[in-house]
Design a protein. Sequence first.
Length: 161
Amino acid sequence: MKRFLMVGLLTAALLAGCQQRKAAETDAPAPELAVLDLDGRAVKLADRRGSVVLINFWMTGCGPCLAEMPALDSVHQAYKDRGFALLAVNMGQDQDTIVNAGRRLAVSFPLLSDRLMITTKAYQVVGVPVSVLIDRDGVLRHRFTGPVDRDELARRVAALL
């Protein structure tokens, strides 16, 4: 019985972000990233100062995460030449898993690895998908829990550009 309870609690924690979609306003400084690109190079948020940045937290086993990727890519394509960057941070999965997902997804933004879950913890992500929108000054402006609506994201990005 204990085992079933533990499995149920773990599943609920992992799916917490998938249960409902909401956006929350905020104005806290965005924590720095501790993630790697698929070539093993560190990716820093500070290097994108002056750009509006969306950080999307995802996992390959999360259906809503994968389902929202085309909408995210559409917004990325529409605004990347105006100073918008999108960083997809995979939570704890190995590089081969991320690379294989990248082949299937064929998105135009970078897929990053947070194998040690440092960035995930800094952004207080418990369930996926979760996305955070950061303004040009490095201030966290919106937190989306659950899948992002394409039109809402486009509207919020355009307002910050």
